[in-house]
Design a protein around this ligand. Structure first.
Ligand SMILES: [Zn+2]
Ligand SMILES: [Zn+2]
Length: 264
């Protein structure tokens, strides 16, 4: 079964980074309490599962979770979900996604393969979802162009939260309070100020980190303005301003959770 980890298959976000593959747009693979969970399988996720030193087998997935329907979070959802069901021959696994990703006029997961998934659950504000030995919540609907949620996992060893795409709002951090490991999607270096662009910037990340004060944070899902300025340097800046240990995720980076969760 191996130890629990988070593997950032891809760390690129937003249109131009994705179209030019300046960073991979693959999602995040987590092994939590021995369960294999794929979060936000953007374009290239399937290929990246086989690109690392240790292959991650999509046929061993226990769950696929979409935070929202945008292409950079869902393009490989079908292939990952179908692999999870071993080509639809085995009714197994769980699929979680917002209602507009599943039931809207233009669902991003094909209906035929959903019948082979053992459990399909619609994410909702304040929802709690159980998988074997772990649970996660979607505490609040984010401010984004489509229905979007962050994920807050309660694991036997501790708490891991993912703050997905969102425009910053003052109560955002409070919904992820007490997370020990925090992953933040920081697309922008500096928000342009108009609300059409619904993403976090570095200043918003600083406010969230100062409020949540996790034991360890990772910034990821970088747009071009972040990549232009060297994410590790920006992570170091966040760390020095907040006193929180912050790292910039890299494509293929695997973080072992042992030591990051539970008693000091
Ligand atoms: Zn995104
Ligand atoms: Zn988005």
């Amino acid at each position: 079964m191996g130890k629990d980890f988070i593997c950032f298959l891809g760390t690129g976000g937003a249109r131009f980074v994705v179209f030019r593959q300046l960073r991979s747009s693959a999602g995040i693979w987590c092994r939590f309490n021995g369960l294999n969970i794929c979060i936000d399988p953007g374009p290239g996720t399937l290929a990246r599962c086989f690109a690392g030193e240790e292959t991650l087998s999509p046929e061993d997935l226990d769950a696929v979770i979409l935070s929202h329907r945008h292409l950079d979070h869902s393009a490989d959802a079908n292939v990952m979900a179908e692999a999870m069901t071993r080509g639809t021959f085995h009714r197994r696994g769980a699929l979680f996604a917002p209602g507009d990703a599943l039931n809207g006029p233009e669902p991003v997961v094909f209906r035929y393969l959903r019948q082979s998934v053992e459990r399909v659950e619609v994410l909702r504000p304040g929802g709690r979802y159980r998988l074997e030995g772990i649970s996660f919540t979607t505490p609040v609907r984010h401010l984004h162009g489509v229905e979007t949620y962050g994920l807050y996992f309660s694991l036997p060893a501790g708490r891991v939260a993912f703050i997905m795409d969102s425009l910053f709002f003052p109560q955002l951090a409070s919904h992820y309070a007490r997370a020990e490991v925090l992953i933040l999607n920081v697309v922008l270096f500096k928000h342009p100020g108009h609300h059409k662009i619904k993403h976090l910037d570095l200043e918003a990340a600083e406010q969230i980190l100062a409020a949540v004060r996790p034991r360890k944070a990772f910034i990821t899902h970088f747009g071009t303005t972040m990549l232009d300025r060297d994410p590790p340097a920006l992570a170091a800046r966040l760390a020095s301003r907040t006193g929180v240990e912050v790292a910039a995720a890299e494509d293929g980076m695997r973080v072992e959770l042992e030591g990051l969760l539970g008693p000091c």
